[in-house]
Design a binder for this molecule. Structure first.
Ligand code: SF4
Length: 266
């Protein structure tokens, strides 16, 4: 698929759930939004059908996201279904790491290649404050388990308020250097007001070179994070929804007022 601006769409981010076991203040502030009803969540065979169509249309890389993808039961089965699709070159996952230690071996055996782990602070108190009570030790255990089971390179996603010079970000950068891990720094985004910037150390936010589409947990293909456009795979069928999304992919992000980031998958 080539979008109207000549970008070759080769990357699909698949959100497998909007549920999460953390409440990061920059993602799910304030009152609890009820999770999507289960009936609206795509089944594994439906996700596989979208992935197969996407790969037929030129996608080479798939990343599993959430909410928190490890909140989805039996995720290893889905990983195995996707990893066996001919033509897929890379299968990755972004996780908050809390459940990674328990699942790393099974996911690696099922065919997952690598993981990005969210890590916004090293100090346990700071980490708990940012994530709404998360335990940083479990995340570090998850990173260890991922490396032990070959889910490498492990990359760290660190959200910063404004700058990589913030104390928590410096701590994460130091940890990454010490461990030989790659850290990427993501400035807090504001979907509704279209505030975002390039991910330092990554590809996100680089609109001129953006080659990604997103599939939400309830089956909507979104051409851009900062847009309200989306196409329903249950209504249009996977191929049509993907092709329409690519054909309507904006040159650059503007704003998204219809969804919160945790129900899109970042
Ligand atoms: S804002 Fe949209 S076009 Fe820009 S990098 Fe993000 S998804 Fe791609």
């Amino acid at each position: 698929m080539i979008d109207p601006w000549g970008r070759m769409i080769d990357y699909l981010r698949i959100s497998v759930t909007d549920r999460c076991d953390l409440r990061c203040r920059y993602c799910r502030p304030g009152e609890r939004t009820p999770p999507l009803p289960r009936s609206r969540i795509l089944r594994f065979d439906e996700i596989e059908a979208v992935a197969r169509a996407a790969i037929r249309l030129g996608v080479k890389k798939i990343r599993l996201t959430g909410g928190e993808p490890l909140m989805r039961a039996d995720l290893g089965t889905l990983v195995g279904m996707l990893a066996s699709i001919y033509g897929l070159r890379d299968l990755a996952m972004t996780t908050n790491g809390l459940r990674l230690a328990a699942h790393a071996a099974g996911l690696a055996a099922a065919g997952l290649r690598r993981v990005n782990v969210s890590l916004d602070a090293m100090d346990p108190g700071r980490f708990a404050a940012i994530t709404g009570g998360g335990d940083v030790r479990r995340v570090l255990e998850g990173i260890d388990a991922a490396r032990r089971h070959g889910l490498e390179p492990v990359k760290l996603n660190c959200v910063v308020s404004a700058s990589v010079d913030e104390p928590d970000a410096r701590d994460v950068a130091w940890f990454a250097r010490r461990e030989g891990l790659q850290a990427r720094f993501i400035r807090q985004m504001d979907l509704a007001h279209g505030r975002f910037s390039r991910v330092e150390g990554g590809q996100g936010g680089d609109c001129p070179r953006c080659t990604r589409l997103r599939l939400t947990a309830d089956g909507r293909v979104r051409p851009c994070l900062f847009s309200d456009l989306s196409f329903d795979v249950r209504e249009l069928g996977p191929e049509e929804a993907l092709e329409r999304a690519a054909a309507r992919k904006p040159r650059a992000g503007s704003a998204c007022t219809s969804r919160e980031i945790h129900s899109i998958g970042g």
